[in-house]
Design a protein around this ligand. Structure first.
Ligand code: SAJ
Length: 414
């Protein structure tokens, strides 16, 4: 591997684990983040995000000096950009963080440097990145203009790791490596070869960008199908979980699980990049997004129908995380549902989330919302609303549920 030093721009859920893994494989890594607190935390060998086993790895590589965090980029043989790509109002992709990252690394480019974009991006962003770099450095040749004669190589290599399993999946998942030219892709494959045990598949940058968006759109569309089937089953008074379990006994059917909505930073966002880029063609993808986005509201309505029968209803809300067995509350439909129930004064809300010690900011200062333990919530509640399929809830003593109204959005007690 000819990359003795790598700078990773953005020390979030993807950048920090990537920086740490590279550092454990003998690379001298500079971690760059605009947030000074993040930089300080990492330099102390600690982490600011939630990911199993990551802190131990970061602690090891910062104390050995292999990983150093800073606020401003410095020269390196390769730059990996892993910054957020949110959407704006109207679901248009916001690539301004990538543009800022390009401006910050441009002064440090020289002939032979490799620039990799890992952020989930609309089709064509890697070529835009190359153009932004070229504008800032007219003295260098970039691949969108000069092809294989470029001085700097520019590549798209999407992250594909599942929160909660990042350290394993970073190493073992296959990677798609999309170069603006074939040589760009080959050089990036050599860099990832430092730690990758999965296979690398080389292609062009636009194909790689669309492949990444297609993966998350696939999952979103399939979750929307499950959510729609659950609604249909409900309307027939049939148990949706049983329907799906039975349908999945077919050798070529694998329906996903219905739920209270789609959370996290990826699946509820990325499909919009396809819809925005090709609105006339992306029809199923748009409807799927709308179906999944409508789910939290439907759960709120169902709870309110039941709570209307009590004078002072007590509602146990089990789970706040965006999915099972993690403490990540980002973009969680469960948080949205509890907030809506509080806003509509549906009753006293006893929230149980075994993975957190205090309510998240969005739920603080609401007089009708309290964080309690599972036993207390179930004992006091008239209505038990299951929002996340955490291990602890699957193991609940079913006798606690007797004589309660149970709304199980995850099919845990099916
Ligand atoms: N969900 C359901 N029903 C299901 C599966 C998931 O309602 O059957 C919900 C979850 O509860 C959660 C949301 O969908 O609220 C998303 O969870 P997830 O586990 O499907 O995905 P993420 O957002 O944690 O990670 C995804 C992964 N993409 C795919 O599986 C195609 C991951 O590999 C990506 O790297 C990540 O997005 C990303 O960063 O893009």
């Amino acid at each position: 591997m000819d990359f003795e030093s790598v700078a990773v721009i953005g020390l979030g859920y993807i950048g920090l684990p990537t920086a740490a893994i590279l550092a454990t494989h003998g690379v001298q890594v500079l971690g760059v983040d605009v947030n000074a607190e993040v930089v300080e935390t990492v330099n102390q060998g600690r982490i600011h995000i939630v990911e199993p086993e990551l802190e131990a790895v970061v602690s090891g590589v910062t104390s050995s000096g292999r990983l150093r965090a800073v606020c401003q980029p410095e020269p390196a043989a390769a730059f990996i950009i892993a910054v957020p790509t949110p959407f704006t109002d109207g679901h248009a992709p916001d690539v301004s963080y990538i543009e800022k990252a390009a401006q910050s690394i441009a002064p440090h480019l020289r002939s032979g440097v490799l620039v990799i974009l890992e952020s989930t991006s609309p089709v064509g962003t890697t070529e835009r990145l190359s153009r932004w770099l070229a504008e800032a450095r007219p003295d260098l040749h970039f691949p969108h203009q000069f092809g294989e004669a470029a001085d700097v190589n520019v590549v798209y290599c999407p992250e594909r790791v599942l929160p909660g399993h990042i350290l394993h999946e970073l190493v073992y998942n296959d990677r798609i490596i999309g170069g603006i030219t074939p040589r760009c892709a080959q050089r990036a494959a050599s860099l990832y070869g430092a730690f990758l045990k999965g296979q690398s598949f080389l292609t062009n940058s636009r194909t790689a960008e669309m492949a990444k968006l297609s993966e998350n759109a696939f999952r979103d569309v399939n979750i929307a199908l499950a959510n729609e089937l659950a609604e249909i089953a409900d309307s027939f008074d049939i148990n949706p979980w049983e329907v799906i379990d039975l349908a999945n006994r077919h050798p070529r059917v694998n329906i996903l699980q219905p739920g209270p909505g789609v959370g996290g930073h990826c699946i509820a966002v990325d499909p919009w990049f396809l819809v925005h880029g090709a609105p006339a063609q992306a029809r199923i993808i748009r409807v799927a997004r709308e179906i999944n986005d409508a789910k939290p509201r439907q759960v709120v309505s169902k709870v309110k129908q039941h709570s209307a029968r009590f004078t002072a209803p007590v509602i146990a809300c089990l789970g706040l995380a965006y999915k099972a067995d993690i403490d990540d509350l980002r973009e969680s439909p469960a948080v949205e549902i509890v907030r809506e129930l509080a806003a509509e004064r549906a009753g006293t809300l006893l929230v149980v989330e075994p993975h957190v010690k205090e309510l998240p900011f969005a739920l603080q200062d609401l007089s009708d919302v309290k964080l309690v333990d599972l036993g207390e919530a179930c004992a006091k509640a008239d209505i038990i609303l299951l929002l996340v399929n955490h291990r602890q809830f699957k193991a609940v003593d079913r006798r606690l549920l007797m004589e309660k109204i149970v709304i199980d959005t995850r099919g845990v007690w099916r």
